[in-house]
Write a protein that binds this ligand. Structure first.
Ligand SMILES: NC(=O)c1ccc[n+]([C@@H]2O[C@H](COP(=O)([O-])OP(=O)(O)OC[C@H]3O[C@@H](n4cnc5c(N)ncnc54)[C@H](OP(=O)(O)O)[C@@H]3O)[C@@H](O)[C@H]2O)c1
Length: 315
């Protein structure tokens, strides 16, 4: 299958930007629909990338985005609902509409982003909606060569996970941490993007799902302590009991900015860890968190910036 034209839906986000850069570097033509072109401005300058303001929930606009494409990559995802039904709309209805539209337009390849522990019977609406989408896509998308990725939490320069803790540690002398014993196996955004792009034209990945994790398992407390250590913040981190974690998540739902919800608390009820290593088919080993995170979390200091430039230059 020759794949020259790729529509990356959700291409303006953390993972999407990395995928689009890799595809453009290979000389493929990429179309990125976004609700806000400003948000994707770093992609606009790439020569083979077309960033288009579009509403992918509208059939006509979605059709327009997928016409002439050889493959669709779907990365649309949300962590919190603004209104009830948002998870279903973004995680279930949209991927199914993309798959059906691909089938009707003769787009033969789709790569879909799910999440580790996605399960129609999972503990949170987030995981259930991701799980329902996987099940429905496998049924609906039989004419499509479909691959699904299921990562643990993703780290990288603009992640919303470790960066959030770095910010909280900067402003609060004491951090009350919900679900401190929740376990994660964080994976680098560059590794996830690399695997996506490698999978695009590899026949062996068609019809397969891949759990993707980094090399090490950490508790949430260990991750937050690590962020405090490398950013040089001496802070008290107080782990909350299960019932206080729930209460904190509930109270945080009333904040104007959503940092955590009860749904996130429920997601952390299952360990976000892989039962086997990084998929061998991609031919590389996952990057250690310790090799990358200090480069961007300490990036504000002259020494941190220097380390980051050396890293990007491969020195
Ligand atoms: N980051 C993680 O730790 C992690 C872990 C496991 C799985 N995942 C999954 O990986 C995918 C990408 O994650 P990410 O961290 O790159 O996400 P992100 O940075 O938040 O980007 C999300 C993308 O989805 C689009 N989007 C969001 N809501 C939308 C909506 N209602 N309608 C249409 N488009 C919408 C956004 O596009 P515009 O705003 O430009 O329209 C944006 O490009 C998601 O499916 C996520 O669930 C992420």
């Amino acid at each position: 299958m020759q794949i020259n034209n790729v529509c990356v839906i959700g291409g303006s986000g953390l993972v999407g930007r990395h995928i689009v850069h890799l595809l453009a570097a290979q000389g493929r033509r990429v179309r990125v629909p976004t609700r806000n072109r400003e948000r994707a401005k770093e992609l606009i300058v790439l020569p083979t990338v077309d960033v288009v303001q579009a509403d992918v929930h509208n059939d006509e606009e979605l059709k327009h985005m997928l016409e002439g494409m050889d493959a669709a990559i779907n990365l649309v995802g949300i962590l919190h609902e603004e209104r009830s039904g948002d998870f279903r709309r973004a995680h279930v209805e949209l991927p199914l509409r993309i798959a059906r539209m691909c089938a009707s337009l003769g787009v033969k390849r789709m790569v879909h982003m799910s999440a580790l522990n996605a399960d129609p019977d999972g503990p949170s609406s987030y995981l259930r909606s991701k799980g329902e989408a996987e099940a429905a896509l496998r049924q609906t998308a039989q004419e499509l060569a479909l691959s699904i990725f299921r990562p643990s939490v993703i780290f990288g320069r603009e992640d919303k996970f470790l960066n959030l803790f770095a910010k909280l540690l900067k402003y609060f002398p004491v951090l009350f941490l919900a679900s401190p014993q929740a376990r994660f196996q964080p994976v680098s955004v560059e590794d996830v993007a690399h695997a996506f792009v490698l999978s695009l034209d590899r026949l062996e990945t068609f019809g397969k799902s891949y759990d993707v994790c980094g090399p090490r398992v950490y508790t949430l407390r260990e991750l937050v302590e690590y962020v405090a250590q490398i950013t040089g913040r001496r802070r008290r981190i107080i782990g909350l009991s299960d019932s206080l974690s729930y209460l904190q998540a509930w109270a945080m739902e009333f904040l104007p900015v959503k940092l955590m919800t009860r749904d996130n608390y429920y997601s952390m009820k299952v360990d976000s860890v892989c039962s086997c290593g990084f998929p061998e088919i991609f031919g590389f080993k996952p990057t250690a968190l310790e090799a990358v995170v200090p480069l961007y979390l300490t990036g504000g200091t002259p020494r941190g910036r220097y380390r980051w430039f050396r890293f990007k230059a491969g020195r």
